[in-house]
Design a protein around this ligand. Sequence first.
Ligand code: AMP
Ligand code: MN
Ligand code: MN
Length: 320
Amino acid sequence: MLELMKLVNEAKSIAIAGHVRPDGDCVGSCLGLYNYLTENTKEKQIDVYLESVPAAFSFLKNTETALSAAKTDMVYDLFIALDCGSRDRLGFTEELFLSAKHTVSIDHHISNTMFAEYNHVEGEASSTCEVLCGFLVDSCISKETAECLYLGIVHDTGVFKHSNTSRRTMDTAGGLLEKGVSASQVIDDSFYRKTYMQNQILGRCLLESILLLEGKIIFSCVSQKMMQLYGAVPADLDGIIDQLRVTAGVEVAILIREEGVQNYKVSMRSNGKVDVSKICCLFGGGGHKMAAGCTMNGSIHDVINNLSGQIEHQLMAYSE
Ligand code: AMP
Ligand code: MN
Ligand code: MN
């Protein structure tokens, strides 16, 4: 077991960082640990780095404190990477990771490359927030810290409905509720509430979605033009893939977002038969069995053909 608190106690300066395009678990775990450490330790310089914080998470304590540019002159005693499966996914904090005296990775991606000096990866855990709770002293968790951690669990489990939700997930979340977290407020405000623009894009994605492989695959694509038209950022697409995935008969949902010329960010979700992490790993990405992502180059037809070929291959092996 990683002795996280021993490393923390010995460090005078600590950087906490997550992955590029932070999601709920990433923001929740980074701010959760930041709040926990600032509330319970003295005389340390602690910085939390997040590329951006989606507006829906802005009620969390210290969102405004998170840094979106690296303090390039800093050499941290300890760098803690959370919810990040590989070094390159750190994005703008990679240099700080490289210069830090000690590095730790706490994560739940089975595809984690064990890139840090100390790696603690629980592939079965619902979320990094769940893993993190195992390291924290319960009596030292404030309501504000609990809110961050609860939000992370809510997001990575799709509000306790994905197959990564276990007895431990529920027990952990239950413990956080006892700190005074309002479950319905966190869930509604951060997960279900959508802006008019977000709902319009959702509508378009559903309308323009295409079924392949006798309805076992559903995919939809958001062009750069569409993003510009709606003034959308990637976080505005959160939840769309989940709606695609619950289409009756579908095994795998794919949402593709055009990032540049012949350059696409691919999100995949499975209903159980297909390991989408395996497919995304083939194309340089990663994730979990039921939720994974990667970036692919080429025409949209090539991207879809490559992905559907891999899905068909796994489905054939499954039925044999
Ligand atoms: P997304 O579809 O972006 O919501 O990601 C689903 C899951 O796959 C998350 O756990 C991500 O951390 C992971 N993931 C997404 N894109 C990548 C990537 N390019 N490399 C590694 N993991 C990824
Ligand atoms: Mn994440
Ligand atoms: Mn996560």
